[in-house]
Design a protein around this ligand. Structure first.
Ligand code: ZN
Length: 133
């Protein structure tokens, strides 16, 4: 485990409690949207979607919505722990602009780009898990 750099040094800005509260409201709104979306998708499933293409699109949408929901939940947990807005890699405070764009962001711009690069150079995972229903 790495220790986060101590606060007080550097130029990193502090996120005000008000600002974090506003972000929390936004995260909860987005969360409600995703929950609704997932409910809608399973409704569509039980209505009997026609054709494998529609089924595939539905599955992809569900994967994306589930991942987004997990991101939002993780961000809400970070707010509770008081680590919201801090990069989980380098410990830098994320810029407000970045959090404004992606409220659930957990990496600063530099670390995000670095992880994107790492992902791009890594070969895609093979072998699908059995589909859960
Ligand atoms: Zn970082």
């Amino acid at each position: 485990m790495t220790t986060a750099p101590t606060a007080g040094s550097g130029s990193s800005q502090r996120l005000s409690a008000e600002w974090v509260e506003a972000a929390r409201v936004r995260l909860l709104e987005q969360r409600a949207f995703r929950v609704e979306q997932l409910a809608d998708l399973s409704r569509r499933d039980s209505d009997g979607v026609v054709g494998p293409a529609a089924e595939e699109i539905n599955a992809a949408l569900r994967v994306a919505a589930t991942a987004a929901l997990a991101d939002l939940d993780a961000a809400l947990r970070r707010i509770e722990r008081g680590t919201f807005g801090r990069c989980r890699r380098c410990g830098e405070t994320l810029s407000m602009a970045r959090l404004d764009a992606v409220a659930s962001a957990s990496l600063c711009g530099a670390c995000h780009r670095a992880s994107d690069r790492a992902r791009a150079t890594r070969p895609p995972r093979r072998g699908r898990r059995a589909r859960m229903r």
